[in-house]
Design a protein around this ligand. Sequence first.
Ligand SMILES: [Zn+2]
Ligand SMILES: [Zn+2]
Length: 274
Amino acid sequence: MQITFWGVRGSIPTPGPATVQIGGNTSCVEVRAGKAILIFDGGTGLRLLGKKLAKEAPLTAHMFFSHVHWDHIQGFPFFEPAFVAGNVFHLYGGNNVSRTLEETLEGQMDHPNFPVHLGTMAAAMTFHTMAEGETVTIDDGEGKSVSVTSARGNHPQGVFAYRIEHDGHVVCYATDTEHYEGRVDQKLVDLARDAAVLVYDSQYTPEEYAGKKGWGHSTFEEGAKIARLAGAKRLVLFHHDPTQTDAAVRDKEKRARAIFPDVVAAFEGLVLEL
Ligand SMILES: [Zn+2]
Ligand SMILES: [Zn+2]
């Protein structure tokens, strides 16, 4: 598998001189497994991924949404390959707040919020509502398959974390989830079991978290706990708080490295090969 980070910021895009190294785009991660193209979340980083994918048309891709908070869907109306006939997209997500993924993506592009309606996007789109614990199996185009399994995290209006398995490798994508006080989230530990890479919501430092309880986000310390219990090899700090400058994210990474051996703070353009 190859994992590429196109957007690593939480909550709202943060362009500007203080964030040029880490990047200011919101959540979007590309996973290549054989010839299969998987995309996790459609934050503003999706626009940049779309520019790259435009060169690969016609293409088929599978898009998994953790949830539909703005920072995870806002890049979708600017995703060029979705406007191109001949491209095929399978979109997966849970039912959030009594609306389906399709209804939410449609609503985001409805007047007066946006001038172009979802229905005018020319690519073929099939929406799949995923249940918790469901596994989706995708042909990798090279005689093997890649599987994606969901588990619910702890986040206002709900969230799915995903376990991706291919060719003996495991990646776990767990963004927008808050740890529980006094107990570990066993569901996430199980989902991340033996992962080569655990991408985890590390929005806050423990000090910042103290004033943000109940907001649905976690810390690098809690990420290290989950990684250790799951036997995950590498911890990727993800969904950086918009207030964190490049220096602040680097400091977070340094502190995380003191408590877990293999840590990297996600930045735009980071590529991991398994
Ligand atoms: Zn988010
Ligand atoms: Zn969220």
